[in-house]
Write a new protein. Structure first.
Length: 80
């Protein structure tokens, strides 16, 4: 890990579980990466992760990540 890197944890839920990082939950990423950039890095199709959480709070895709953040990615939730 370099001086400009950060370790975060990522969990992909429901239909997004195939995109869960193979290394487990921990990822070493460049500092300042946004949640949206993380979603793209994981290879999720555009719009697939429509509910984004960082440290248990729902956030927009442009939220910048920081060392130790816990990210949860969920597909759109439907119901009746």
């Amino acid at each position: 890990m370099g001086d400009q890197d950060m370790i975060i944890s990522v969990r992909c839920f429901a239909t997004l579980t195939p995109f869960q990082p193979k290394e487990g939950e921990a990822l070493d990423l460049p500092a300042g990466m946004s949640v949206g950039e993380l979603v793209a890095l994981l290879g999720l199709p555009a719009g697939a992760a429509s509910v984004l959480f960082v440290n248990g709070c729902r956030v927009p895709a442009d939220t910048k990540l920081k060392e130790g953040d816990r990210v949860g990615l969920f597909p759109a939730v439907g119901g009746g």
